[in-house]
Design a binder for this molecule. Sequence first.
Ligand SMILES: [Fe+2]
Length: 453
Amino acid sequence: MYGMKKHWLIFCFMPVVFAQAQSTKAISVVSGPMLGQVELRTASIWIEVSSDITSAALIYWKQGHPETSRKKIYDGTLGKEFNPLRIDIGGLEINSVYEYQFILNQEKSSAVGSFHTKDLWQWRNPAPDFSFITGSCAYFNEPVYDRPGKPYGGDSIIFESMAKDTAAFTLWLGDNWYTREVDLQSPWGLWYRASRDRAQSVLRNLLKNMPQYAIWDDHDFGPDNSGSSYGLKDVSREIFMRYWCNPFYGEDQKGIYSQLSYSDMDLFLTDDRYFRSADEFADSVNGKPNPEKHFFGQKQLHWLEDVLVQSLATFKIIVVGSQTLNPMSRDEGFYKYSYEYHELMVFLNENHIKGVLFLTGDRHHSEIVKAERKDNYELYDITVSPFTSGVAKVRGTEINNPARVPGSLVEKRNYARISVRGKKNERTCMVQFVGEDGKTLYNWSVTEQQLTR
Ligand SMILES: [Fe+2]
């Protein structure tokens, strides 16, 4: 009898308890889940939780096989004002779909998703065809702190279009959020901006549907056009590492450069801010390039040269926040850092590095810029910008930039889908600039033979 009463009482109060638990869960997940790096046998899953969460864990299982379920407990600190966390799991099977669910405060949460591990094609099959999506400059309006007048940020629907893409991953090319005057003078401000922008609901599907990788540029590093002298750069670095799941972040606790590989493409994710001298530094001294004016910094540049010369990939993508090859840009770019620019160009020539392409952002328009080289193949810089920030129309003499691939200029909000297709020794890299509505605005391609001397 007593037992019956107890069950009846539980039944009566259950809807109230359930409703309270539901509302707690809704507050507990600030943003995410987001897929981080997914490899052959490992995956990283990211989420940000509120300060009331004291424990977090991930359960995951091979799709259709609940008996394979395993649990990984988060062993980092929780309960702070901002609590982004990632859980890294291993021991997965290749080319398999896994499902996951976060457990927060010992309860199953609404943060669920799935991912697909990479296939082991090496030594077995031709390099798989694949595509990824990419772009830069995401501005989410916050009118109380924004410049008065017309909002700088536009329709964020582009992220829903991107979320529907079947691409292998997203690569964010910098200015992934915009720190404002209210953010730049304190660590709290920098943390606030990353947390607030990541939590925008329009990002939810994109973050969950495919792995997300990133570099930064000035606005998500610090002030406009900032570089190595920004006093909070190590706070920015810590935030970057906590909000993105790149494979690694620079060397010796400095910078955020990293590397990704997918099929027969290597992507070298550079850091164009942490080590960078001010744009205003003299570019030449006594008629010679100024060796004190850094863009990548010598350590990162040597790393880049080392990984390039070792790379066996058909396409070697050097990913940079600022443009690299454009001789006519009014804005900052690698081209205006003559010493390191010259060093990298000489290195590429002398070491006969094949298959190099540059991929950049920042400009608030998209275009492809070509650099001709004596006795070597032409280099291309694919610039993709902006996602949602204001479009900057090309002005003055740059309108008729002879270095631009004719027809490639896109002065609309857009992203790019970059695809690699074709048989061995006949691989092609295709670039599509895609508008907010998912419609193609421009197509361009280059073959691996074109990127060979
Ligand atoms: Fe920028």
